[in-house]
Design a protein. Sequence first.
Lengths: 255, 359
Amino acid sequence: MSEIMLSTHGVVMKFGGLTAVSDLNIEIAKNEIVGLIGPNGAGKTTAFNVITGMYNPTSGTVSYREKNITGYKPHSITELGIARTFQNIRLFKELTVLENVLVGCHIGIGTGIFGATLHLPAYRKKEAEARAFAMDLLSQVGLESVAREKATSLPYGKQRRLEIVRALAARPTTLLLDEPAAGMNPQESRELMDLIHRLRDEFDLTIFLIEHHMQVVMGVCDHMYVLDYGVTIAHGDPASIQKNQKVIEAYLGVE
Amino acid sequence: MKLTKNYRYSIVALVAFAIFLVLANSFFDAFTLRVLNLCAIYVILALSLNLLNGFTGLFSLGHSGFMAVGAYVCALLTMPPELKEMNYFLVPIVPFLKNLTLPFIPALLLGGLAAAFVGFLIGAPVLRLKDDYLAIATLGFSEIIRVLITNAQTITNGAQGLKGLPRFATTYAVWITAGLVTLFMALPLRSSYGRAMKAVRDDELAAEAMGVNVFKVKVTSFTVSSFIAGVGGALLGHMITTIDPKMFTFLLTFNILLIVVLGGTGSISGSVIAAIVVTILMEALRFLDEPMNFIFFRTEGLPGLRMVVFSLMLMIVVIFRQRGLMGGKEFSWDMLREAGAALARLGKKIRLPKGGRNV
């Protein structure tokens, strides 16, 4: 069996009296595409925020490659190799498309502030490399022609793709996508899922993604977890999820 | 290396400005020269505040406090012992400072470093706050600094202030410092650190998720900004040759903030241009404060009337150009060319209806 990249053990996240996530146990193996689905308010994004260090879980642990990363700061988690996107697009709005991606490369440049200030040769070399890498990434998703434009001037679909590319610039091994297809029509969603598949193969990624619409993820995921009111009500391969009575109830309600 | 046209323009402009400074230094009268030097000091101060407000997105109002620290440390280090004895006639100065005299440049740097240190101490807790909370907290700390200075009589001579400081801040000293500050702001801001700062400004959460250590970026930016503010304060003290705690009230911070907002938050060239324009206007509009004689009526002196002009300017900018004069962009010769072309088009439009019909 391949290496377990990301796992949580009994993660509980409470906000005052509200338990947003209770006893979350997930396991994601290398190169898998795993989906996290559930109705609105099921705690999917909270789970993501716990994994990426934005929240500190009330109890339980998060592990990355067998290493306990609970309580790590978000930026250190990114440095370890977990990058994410956001449900509501969070691009750097005053920066250009290329600069947005270059921010993702920041940890890779790491030559110290003095080298960067004086633009020493070592820094220049890294910066040139980062630029080439960023341009390469942009061309992979068809954004190279708009590299010099302001990020917020892009149409919605391209902003979504830019967010994914920006996350890739941090050279992650594990990518967390929070509703990447939100607001897209079925055709666009399918294209996006193809893109996700391709990126997984090309960058040797492990992908964990939140999705609202079951149909969209069915085709792309190897494995799925279903949350409802913070409780994991099902997990397994897409086919078995589709037939799962509890999942149907959660989505459609019971008579 | 082949120089582009724009590059050559910039060099010519810099040389022209240097020549202007040399000429000004020998031919301008004391008052005009002082306004010119004040421009340079405001350039330094505006840049340091813009680093926080414009580039890192930290709304800080504590600038006068850091300037005060820089000004006092530098002044205490440059004053010769006899001068100190003259100044501290109420309460004698603490012995270890009494005979300590350093040359200007190390004193200036130490002044900046002291301000940076205070900035670091204040920044570490305060920078956990955001937006208006941060503004209030920094404002409070700058008042605390001022009150401490007023009461630490054996060190700072309290409310009497320090008088007769050596006039070290010459035209060359202030303009060279302004040039260096501009350079050392522009360089890191064009590097990956500058991008990290702007990323923090645009979206903190996303920056953090991209691996940017947001807190470190904020503290660094706050500390560097305090350093520059300290240097600016020290230069101001050594130009006016008198400092006292009342100089460093919130009004001073407000003047700098005015320049930053008018020039454009997030634009170095905007701050430089606005600093020069506002400083000159502050002096040029002085006549508004004095009694004025119009033909039909005359006004008594209305102190503060010139500030109304700045309030109006600020309102106009906020309504019509939210991002300030330069709107986050930097000056370039192409921009000037475009503006020229736009003016020419406008000119044609106005002239065409008249001349066009005769043909």
